[in-house]
Design a protein around this ligand. Sequence first.
Ligand SMILES: [Cu+2]
Length: 102
Amino acid sequence: MAATAVFTPIRIAYKHSQHPKAAAGQVVISNFAFSANAITVKAGTSVTFVNKDGANHTATADDGSFDSGRLSTGATFATTVTKSVSYHCNIHSYMTAKITVG
Ligand SMILES: [Cu+2]
């Protein structure tokens, strides 16, 4: 007589945090400043700029490697960074920040 085995399915739940996707960076533009003003990411990271300010802004690389163009309130712009770069807002030249790839 064959033994009867009852297999209970085992649910294995993974928290999303245990399987992070490729790292992504985000910079919020508010109060006429980039926040965080300096971030460090790995090469190949997609960095998204989000304009949460009431004014238009740009995120423009000093070396010309990316330029968001004019971002109105609520607009976003994403760029993949492969090397450290300083950037600024073309409308407000005093708005400067940096992404470090390291
Ligand atoms: Cu600006």
